[in-house]
Each structure stands twice: as structure tokens, then as C-alpha cells.
Design a protein around this ligand. Structure first.
Ligand code: ARG
Length: 122
């Protein structure tokens, strides 16, 4: 591994910001790309002393972008498939979950259906 100096340690990251809550564009606020994947990547990068430069592109352009050396890595909620595995390397999984929304025992909400008409826009 090469010696890192004080110079900017920037990694180019490809994502496809159309996959809330993992990566999406914060249209209400700033047109910034936000979401779980963005936060996670930034946290890891920060710990390692890197800054990330995100590029938002079509999901199907992400692997070609890696192959063309446009990105150092991609984070886009991407799941391994046989085809993808042949052309890129996947990390260990960073998101496998058993997390639930929780309601009181006597709640009248037992499914999303129960929210119909109770939430603006539902
Ligand atoms: N997990 C699915 C896949 O790998 C969907 C990912 C879509 N991600 C996105 N940023 N649009 O194909």
C-alpha cells in the first residue's frame, strides 16, 4: 500500500440517487444526495481520513463506471448477482437487518393498510 500524505485523500464514489432511503436527492432542501448509504460511506471514509466525491448516475452505469475507472467504489444498495460478481468485487454485506416498526399491543395499526386515510397522501 502506498504512503498517504497530508494531500487530499479523495475517493470517487458512484451512486444512483433514486433509491430512498438509501440514496436519494433531497429535492426539498438542497439537491444534495442523502440517505443511509451516503451517511455510512461518509462515516467510514471519515474514520479512514478520506473525503468522498459522489457522482449521481443511472444505476446501470455504475458497474461500467467502475470498469472505466470513473469511480473508486460504488454504494447504491447493490446486491450481488452472478453476472455482477464476474466483473466487480463485492464487499461483505453492510446492510442485513431484522428491524421492525413497533406499535403498542392495543394499537389499531397492524399494517400499512390501516394507515390509509390517516396520513396525508396515503
Ligand atoms: N438491490 C437491487 C439491485 O442491486 C436494487 C438496487 C437499486 N439501487 C439504486 N440505487 N437504484 O439490483
Amino acid at each position: 500500500t502506498e504512503e498517504k500524505t497530508e494531500e487530499a485523500k479523495v475517493l470517487r464514489v458512484g451512486t444512483s440517487a433514486d433509491y430512498a432511503p438509501f440514496e436519494y436527492v433531497d429535492t426539498a432542501k438542497s439537491d444534495e444526495i442523502i440517505g443511509f448509504d451516503i451517511d455510512l460511506a461518509n462515516l467510514i471514509a471519515e474514520r479512514l481520513g478520506y473525503t468522498l466525491q459522489f457522482t449521481n448516475t443511472d444505476f446501470n452505469s455504475l458497474i461500467p463506471g467502475l470498469q472505466a475507472d470513473k469511480f473508486d467504489f460504488v454504494i447504491a444498495g447493490m446486491t450481488p448477482t452472478e453476472d455482477r460478481d464476474e466483473v466487480v468485487d463485492f464487499s461483505v454485506p453492510y446492510y442485513e437487518t431484522e428491524q421492525y416498526l413497533v406499535t403498542p399491543k392495543d394499537s389499531n395499526i397492524s399494517s400499512l393498510e390501516d394507515l390509509k386515510g390517516k396520513v396525508v397522501g396515503a
